[in-house]
Write a protein that binds this ligand. Structure first.
Ligand SMILES: [Fe+2]
Ligand SMILES: [Fe+2]
Length: 279
């Protein structure tokens, strides 16, 4: 099965780039399932029904969130009506968090893809233990038995915690990919047990920025330490960043992972598939 995961979509420039490129990427790469991190899709902060619908209409099958899940308060009710939208799984039990943190989706060709969203706790406003929460999900829907592909979005700050989650899931997930730091890392690999891994998918954002936000305000805050204007997404053309994964249909484990980068300022990379002409 061919899958793609795209990192945090930042505001209008991110939405415009993803909605421009995703339909042709789906065709070019023969994608059966697409996950997009949407925690910054509404002006850089959270998600609304309208902005989520734009991503679904462009070809996203599932949207994941992160520490910005509830920045737009309508998400607290929207998520209860929209099973394609996932918030992190590891909220404390007593929070009765709305929506879901994991879900199994049926694809048009009869496959089943299980997606888990989880928030790390190193240098984050942490939730419950992400490892035990993910372990519980992997046990509840084993790869190759309960689903044909299993994707974990590890949303966190620390590279080490993301790598730890990759190895923790190795052999039990098709893909573990990091989000939240908004810069694509150059470590795409299939881990020894067969799980595809990249520390951060990158963002769908203008990279003439500070992690997708306007550089002037970000630099001003670093240099003055004084409060000022609200952070706004940088407005130049965005680079769509993500990963492409191909799984072995017999096991659900990965046989290939490659980064995807298209548009904007970053060096382009689109996986080449045999027998498929480049557009
Ligand atoms: Fe983000
Ligand atoms: Fe985040």
């Amino acid at each position: 099965m061919r899958l793609a995961f795209f990192g945090d979509v930042i505001g209008r420039p991110g939405r415009e780039a993803l909605t421009t490129h995703l339909p042709s990427l789906r065709r070019r790469l023969g994608l059966e399932f697409v996950v997009v991190n949407a925690e910054n899709v509404a002006s850089g902060f959270g998600v609304t029904e309208k902005t989520a619908e734009e991503l679904f209409d462009a070809g996203a099958d599932c949207l994941t969130l992160g520490n910005h899940s509830w920045d737009q308060r309508e998400a607290l009710t929207y998520i209860d009506r929209e099973p394609r939208l996932l918030r992190p799984i590891n909220y404390p039990r007593l929070s009765n968090a709305p929506g879901r943190g994991a879900y199994a989706y049926d694809t048009p060709s009869g496959g089943r893809v299980f997606v888990v969203s989880v928030l790390g706790r190193v240098h984050m406003d942490s939730l419950d233990d992400p490892f035990s929460a993910v372990d519980h999900q992997l046990e509840s829907c084993p790869l190759g038995v309960g689903c044909d592909a299993l994707i974990v979005d590890m949303h966190c700050e620390a590279t080490s915690e993301k790598m730890g989650m990759g190895h923790f899931c190795d052999g039990r997930a098709s893909l573990v990919v990091g989000t939240h730091t908004h810069v694509p890392t150059a470590d795409a690999q299939v881990l020894p047990g067969g799980t595809a891994y990249q520390t951060d998918a990158g963002a769908c954002a203008d990279y003439d920025s500070v992690i997708g936000m306007g550089k002037e305000e970000a630099v001003r805050r670093f240099t003055t330490r004084l409060p000022g204007a609200r952070h706004q997404p940088a407005t130049g053309p965005a680079t769509v960043c993500g990963v492409f994964v191909e799984t072995d249909p017999r096991t659900g484990l990965a046989i290939r992972i490659e980064p995807i980068r298209i548009g904007g300022r970053l060096m382009a990379h689109v996986p080449k598939l045999e027998g498929v002409a480049a557009e």
